[in-house]
Design a protein around this ligand. Structure first.
Ligand code: NAP
Length: 535
């Protein structure tokens, strides 16, 4: 029996594409589908540049927001099928599948609401006109206009829905046509979404195109006013940074790469208190959710020496108790890694880390499938590799430290820039000292404490209203963050001229609110993914 084939959607139509790559169910190692190996990027770029872009730029923010709402309706209608596919073929537990698909939907909802609130504008004005000379008629104004090109989105395998939708929401709302390229593993979810968008007639203008397969050899079709939003490994990011399209042709590049996120337990936290419970609960979830294949997952767990043996034994017992297996079976809490390549990379990384650490959790064996048991390691804070090597699976290392905030800050910084750091403490002076010394080393600083332990969104969740992206190793990029996100697909132009003429010229500029608050859904992967609380 022939396998289903995932189509590209270019210029509003499905196409088979060149070459074939077989996709594998990571739980059973059975072939499930084929996708094309080489993407039709040139054709997609030409359509976006010449046809879809000019039409999209003519729309107001509210009209673009209507496009996002139409996408949401399709996803909501086919949610069960998408969740089922994500579990059956993608190695996700149902909770992991919801985290991805509902998180993407919630982010679309956030930007649809933002677009509606921007109304009939199609540019963003940063401020009222500024008087620039003695004569009050000579003024200037900063205005953000959509890039006159295409947004190529290169996504990682771990969030095939959310990664795709959050990037698309922002570019489409800005007025820039999107070409989205999923990573091959897990691309079945992206493929089904696009099949349904197509059946619903939402792809006909070609402003939202899907290409499967490698784009590596075709990036020179991009130029000034085009952008690449990349999510993936530092290794690929560094290839892109050196690419001629970026270095010489003026293509804008945003990188969301890997990260050795730290979580720090404060010295004030008591063994049996609420803050300790929140810390242990969150660490177990961050190690195991999506089998640890999450850019925001904790990799380094900093624990004061006095609490270390208690923390290690509590975490190891909780991780060893979790049922690991095919997520379509009842009671499974942790699924497989996404691919054979991913399993090889995690196994090699784990072996390397074990040269400098001891394992606290039990070994398990699996007959087939790309499974790795949740693994807790324990190492000296002075070891090297734990601060350098990202093992993108259910693996994290406990590192002892004195409890001193300065020492914790030094250890955080050894990760060379992270997406997020989390601290758990009820001592505001201690957190203040840590924040003062380490805050510039990550894109997000999360403070868990007794007062919020019941209500807080989990630390690994990325919010549409807040920045995602971190310095250094994490890529130096920035995504999301409310209205600021739109500017990543726009050009800032300082417009100067006579006040009445500027008023006429910029009649379609809407004054941007400084920070747009969350909509009711919040664009929050966590709130939308918990059982019974989908957006
Ligand atoms: P990857 O190997 O770098 O691949 C990412 C994407 O880049 C895929 O779509 C891949 O396509 C494409 N790609 C590979 N080589 C390319 C090239 N030479 N030119 C252009 N595109 C190329 O990363 P991954 O293994 O999929 O993802 C895991 C990594 O992503 C982890 O390190 C994780 O930390 C990071 N990540 C970061 C974030 C974040 O927000 N910061 C989020 C999720 C994941 P093919 O599949 O066709 O090769």
């Amino acid at each position: 029996m022939s396998l289903p084939h995932h189509c590209n959607y270019v210029a509003g139509k499905p196409s088979e594409g060149r070459g074939r790559e077989t996709l594998i169910n990571p739980s059973t190692e059975e072939a499930i589908a084929t996708t094309c190996a080489q993407s039709p990027l040139l054709e997609a770029v030409e359509h976006a540049r010449n046809v879809a872009g000019p039409a999209l730029r003519r729309l107001t923010f509210a009209q673009r927001a209507e496009k996002l709402k139409a996408l949401i309706e399709v996803i909501v209608k086919h949610r069960e099928a998408l969740l089922d596919l994500s579990v059956r073929c993608g190695g996700n537990t149902r909770g992991d599948a919801k985290f991805d698909i509902d998180g993407g939907t919630a982010t679309l909802q956030y930007f649809a609401a933002l677009g509606a609130s921007l109304g009939s504008g199609s540019y963003l004005a940063e401020h009222e006109p500024l008087q620039l000379a003695r004569n009050p008629r000579w003024v200037g104004q900063h205005v953000w206009v959509p890039q006159d090109g295409v947004a190529l989105h290169i996504n990682a395998f771990n969030f095939p829905a959310w990664n795709l939708l959050e990037k698309a929401a922002v570019s489409l709302l800005s007025g820039v046509p999107v070409i989205t390229k999923p990573a091959s593993p897990g691309s079945s979810v992206a493929a089904l979404m696009f099949d349904e968008f197509y059946r619903a007639g939402l792809l006909s203008d070609g402003s939202f195109q899907l290409v499967h397969g490698s784009v590596a050899d075709e990036l020179n079709v991009l130029g000034v006013n085009d952008s690449i939003a990349f999510t993936g490994s530092s290794r690929t990011a560094s290839l892109l940074r050196r690419h001629e399209a970026i270095c010489e042709r003026g293509v804008r590049l945003n990188v969301e790469a890997d990260s050795l996120n730290a979580v720090v337990l404060g010295p004030d936290v008591e063994e049996s208190g609420e803050t300790m419970r929140a810390f242990l609960r969150d660490v177990v979830r961050e190690i195991t959710q999506k089998a640890g294949q999450k850019c925001t997952a904790f990799r380094r767990i900093l624990v004061p020496a006095a609490l270390r043996s208690m923390v290690e034994s509590e975490l190891a017992a909780a991780l060893d108790a979790l049922n690991v297996g095919d997520p379509s079976a009842e009671g499974v809490k942790v699924g497989p890694l996404a691919s054979g390549a991913q399993k090889k990379s995690v196994t090699e990384g784990l072996t390397a880390l074990l040269a400098e650490s001891k394992q606290c959790t039990k070994n398990r064996t699996f007959e087939k499938g790309y499974f790795v048991a949740p693994t807790l390691l324990s190492a000296s804070a002075s070891s090297t590799l734990v601060h350098e090597r990202e093992v993108f699976g259910p693996v994290a290392t406990v590192l002892g430290y004195s409890g001193n905030a300065e020492e914790a800050a030094v250890l955080i910084k050894r990760g060379r820039g992270s997406l997020q750091t989390s601290v758990y403490s009820d001592d505001s002076e201690w957190v203040d000292a840590l924040f003062h010394q380490a805050s510039a080393w990550q894109g997000r600083f999360y403070w868990g404490s007794e007062k919020v332990s019941e209500h807080a969104v989990q630390p690994g969740a990325v919010l549409a209203s807040l920045n995602h992206g971190g310095p250094g190793r994490a890529g130096g990029g920035s995504e999301l963050g409310g209205i600021e996100a739109l500017k990543h697909s726009m050009q800032r132009v300082a417009v100067q001229g006579s006040r009445p003429l500027l008023q006429k010229l910029l009649g379609h500029a809407v004054l941007a609110p400084a920070v747009a608050n969350s909509s009711s859904s919040g664009g929050n992967k966590e709130s939308s993914s918990s059982e019974g609380a989908r957006s």
